[in-house]
Design a protein around this ligand. Structure first.
Ligand code: ADP
Length: 413
């Protein structure tokens, strides 16, 4: 927590308190002197008059002290005095918070704000932190009106982050600014919109081509059996592609529904992966790829869902054969380690993947090359499904790839 003393007003309030006290005590002395003068002139023995006056003065001073220390807890002094407590409270909040003065300097900055903006020099002007003019205008409006206000703000460096910034008065001289990170929500919104757009586009393309072929069959190709046969073959391909896409979309939405429930059946990875390799053998052969398999002799049991895990390895091994076809060899390895857990890795020797694509491969419909994926009967959803299944299994997909040499997709349980 950075605590800035400027404008907290603690010292200033002490000085003020002393000047108030001096003025009040001087007034008391004048009143006492006047009373003593009249008492002595009225015939009171000076000694008695002095004793009574001293007593009255002592009582008055002690009461004055009590009142002044009570007043010390009230308004002005409290504004500075409560700052350590405010600092402690702010530090316990996990959203960035600034406490600023009316002179637009930062009085307190909590740990989250320090992480966000970096450490502040003492008494830093708010404008050093909130560079967007809209934010300062809002703060000034709040200072003038005393009413809470908020607006959206985008921080672009070091990475783009979107915040809802809220400014609200704490008291007459101090204002609280909070920053709620909305980047995640915005990204989710964007992904959802992209997903609907992509899914519609993927379905619309084969539908449009089907319509075109049907029209041709009804018209120009009505009496051309050769063309009819060729067109019907293409139409079958399109329909198959559409149903693959719909199957993948349904798989994804089923996985989303149960994403919070961890699977609890016991599955041995060795026969499961062996079975997947056997079922993909015809595809590998047709592509001229040899798949080799190495696994421990003993079982490698994990907690999981057999069908889902089968789908994971099917997708990964099929991708390795399809995209790594030119390497002609795919290696599947299972390793079990008592400390690090089980790992299944699938290595191909194909063209590999450029580094900038790697983090995005598991996004829905993300493909390095859309045409290449389509020509290999891809939907762009395979790795998204893999990621969803692995999340549910508390497992991780690690992708390493060297362009020109090949890729490795490892699943770590
Ligand atoms: P698709 O249905 O297109 O195969 P995936 O989600 O399975 O969709 O894969 C996404 C993209 O990742 C693919 O289109 C391809 O560009 C790339 N990819 C996946 N596996 C490999 C691999 N072994 N080698 C090279 N690129 C790969």
């Amino acid at each position: 927590m950075v605590s800035l003393n400027e404008e907290t007003g603690v010292d200033m309030w002490d000085l003020d308190e002393w000047s108030v006290r001096l003025r009040r005590d001087a007034l008391l002395l004048v009143v006492l002197a006047a009373v003593a003068f009249f008492a002595v002139s009225a015939g009171f023995a000076p000694v008695y008059a002095l004793a009574v006056l001293l007593l009255v003065a002592l009582v008055a001073l002690s009461r004055g002290d009590m009142q002044s220390s009570k007043a010390g807890l009230a308004e002005p002094v409290s504004q500075g005095a409560d700052q350590p407590a405010l600092a402690a409270l702010m530090d316990r909040l996990d959203l960035p918070v600034l406490l600023v003065s009316r002179a637009e300097t930062v009085l307190l900055q909590n740990a989250s704000a320090e992480t966000l903006f970096g450490p502040l020099p003492e008494g830093a002007p708010v404008s050093a932190r909130l560079r967007a003019p809209g934010l300062l205008d809002m703060l000034r409006r709040v200072m003038e009106s005393g009413e809470t206000d908020e607006l959206d703000y985008v921080e672009r460096i070091p990475v783009t982050r979107a915040f809802r910034v809220r400014a609200t008065p704490l008291d007459a001289t101090r204002f609280v600014i909070t920053f709620t990170d909305r980047s995640g929500l915005q990204r989710m919104d964007q992904m959802r919109t992209d997903f609907v757009a992509n899914a519609s586009h993927e379905l619309r393309t084969p539908l449009a081509s089907l319509r075109g072929f049907i029209e041709t069959l009804q018209g120009p190709a009505r009496s051309d059996p050769k063309a009819q046969e060729r067109f019907l073959g293409i139409m079958l391909d399109q329909v198959t592609r559409m149903s693959r896409l719909v199957d993948d979309l349904l798989s994804l939405s089923r996985l989303e529904i149960k994403s919070h429930v961890a699977p609890d059946a016991k599955v041995d990875l060795v026969p499961l992966v062996g079975h997947v390799i056997a079922t993909l053998q015809p595809l590998a052969e047709s592509l001229g790829v040899t798949v080799t398999f190495s696994a421990p002799k003993e079982p490698v049991p994990i907690r999981g869902d057999r069908d889902e895990l089968q789908q994971v390895f099917e997708n990964l091994i099929e991708n390795a054969c399809k995209y790594g076809q030119e390497g002609k060899a795919v290696e599947v390895d299972i390793r079990a380690d008592a400390e690090t857990g089980a790992e299944v890795s699938i290595t191909d020797h194909g063209p590999g993947i450029e580094a900038q694509h790697v983090p995005r491969l598991t996004e829905r419909f993300y493909r390095v090359n859309v045409e290449a994926s389509r020509s290999k009967k891809g939907t762009g959803l395979g790795l998204a499904i893999v990621k969803h299944i692995l999340n549910r299994h508390k497992a991780r997909l690690v992708i390493t790839s060297e362009p020109g040499k090949g890729s490795r997709f490892s699943v770590r349980f």
